[in-house]
Write a protein that binds this ligand. Sequence first.
Ligand code: BGC
Length: 768
Amino acid sequence: MNIEKIRIEARSLLAELSLDEKISLTAGRDPWSTVPVERLNIPWIWMSDGPHGLRRAPDTTQMGYGDQLRATCFPTASALSASWDVDLMKTVGETLAEECNSQGVNILLGPGVNIKRSPLAGRNFEYLSEDPVLSGELGAAYINGLQSRGIGASLKHFAANNTETRRMHTNSAVDERTFREIYLTPFEIAVKKGKPWTVMACYNRVQGIYGTQNARLLTEILKEEWGSDALVMTDWDAIIDRVEALKAGLHLQMPGGDNPFSLKEIKKAVKREELDESVLDKLVLEILILVLKCKSCEKSPVPMDVEKHHQTARRVASQCVTLLKNENTLLPLDCSKKIKVAVLGEFAKDPRYQGNGSSEVKPTRVDSLWDILQTEYSDTVEFTYSRGYSLQEIENPLSNDEFLKAVKLAENSDAVIIAAGLPLSYESEGIDRKHLNLPESHDNLIEEVSSIQKNTIVVLSNGSAVAMPWESKVTSIVESWVLGQAGAGAIADVLFGKVNPSGKLAETFPIRLEDNPSFLNFPGEEGDCLYGERIFVGYRHYDTKKIEPLFPFGHGLSYTEFEYGSPKLSTSQLSGDEQLNVSFTVKNTGNYRGQETIQLYITDVESTLIRPEQELKGFIKIDLYRGESKKVSFIVEKRDLSYYDSLRKKWIAESGDFELRLGSSSGDIRLRQTFAYTSVDAVQIAIDEYTYISTLWKHKESRHALCRVIPDWLKQFTPAGKAVEEAVIDDFLLDQPVIKLPHFTLGEINFQGIHELVELCRKMTFTA
Ligand code: BGC
């Protein structure tokens, strides 16, 4: 692809287009394609959902719900994120690109990197994590995989799209610091590291303005700050005011088709000079560039290798399965001698492998746990099955006798596997969950069986955290997420030890919903969703408030053990933009080959603002044979130490001590090291008459000025023999605004003096 040539061609095409043709290009032709201009040989391109598989309609004029072409259903984002594996994400992207190529699709609508703010959010199965760094890095890797094979990504849904309730209008009322630190960071990382060809603007309002016409988001932040050259499209039917959207930087309205209204509005606005034609031209040029870019990347379609992709999906799934609990090392099940295993729960035969809504893939096939166990593991294991609960309680209810039969079967076996979780109807685009619970029938079965069978293994399928009132009674819990069409094989391989589990939680599992930080503000009321917990999302809340979760962020067990050696820091004094290198050795000291994800958290020990107890800043997944050691290293940079200062509109790392923590989860920190950071940032502090005395006192430049104007007053706080600059003023006075100084100093400084002091301080530059 020669992008320079494409730009030149696009420019010359733009010059040939009439106003009507230009306007026509700013909306799709139909649900899935752009408008071609035959007169000038301008082709059209094909977009399709995304994200964990291709949902391609038979042709671009149909929505394709139900009659989409078959494709491989990979693990959903909820599962992929548990892999903590950027290489794996890239592989998924590359494989998806092959499928797109085989079905003539140019842009795949994914990945979604919105934060899992509440476990109840209906699309959590499509989103990656509660942590911005994990979401952003995994999202970027997926984009890189996809685009490296000539298929464009659409990073969605930009931004703060965290609830399905009133999704077309709800306002994500999020303060600027939180927005930057939590909700924008995953997009920022994905944009900077993945360079997506397109971005999809969200349905919701963000800080009061619709995502599709939010100039600050689409132009100032995405384009000007982050340097993205992505085409921005609407989410499907997310348009309100097409002219405002153009002005904000939105290129493409989707879906297109029978929709002349908004196009007429554009023409009227141009004619009335309410919209400068140059704004339209710029956007149309970028649309043309994308179309030509996609076309230049097209290859002659190669039919996809269905079996190979199914096996890739199984291999990927095996990296996502997360072992939450494993008492008495029950797992992996030992089948060196013939054992009897009861398999209960309809999910074992009818798996929950994807979520409801636009991402629904028509799979090439779906494996069930029961079939896999029968075909691959029945040599040494005798399996029996009973439903235990019904997935269709009205049409096909479970009788009491059948329930008792399931319990009896469990009692008469060496171990029992209960496949439970959230049915498809619980996790859907457009609808949020109402509670954290599994269906009562699943909980009842687990309660009953675990009270008579000590070897109870629960295998869960769900796209976000669930409550587990029976957690202490069962022996093992395997979280299999929503694992795609080949997930069953991955689960069986983990149960029997062919695969050593390495998944780790990308979200905290609370004991009860009330512990979740968004509890009081989800899904919001009267169209407003207040992000009242601010930056304290997920583990940032549990760790800071010391609320014991059911399972912490980053948690996941392995069949082997890992030992962390002591870390070596390249320096213990960091300054400005310098980097810190930390390296150490990890050793597999157990009996199986295994993979470990080492997580790097940073704590700001002394901070002016409230900050979370610890924040994830890096992670690495490594593969170790028994007894093998590997050196692991991380780089820590200024941004990793920073908070977002909304007043100064910049990232600030303050001088002082920081703690670097290395762990196997947020709740299992193995190593800690302190280092000091010295800021060289010159920062502007907004100063006026109401600034606190403490602020002026804190910075040496303004303290100096204060000492000059109120030396007599300060003397009373100054230890004998010291300069007034070393005065020790009590907190009561420090916490007063500067405007109170005439009162406290008994007129040593008057209001005119305050005014002059403020003016002087405003000209100063301070260091953070
Ligand atoms: C969803 C998007 C999806 C689009 C096209 C919308 O309802 O929010 O994620 O890509 O439909 O199906």
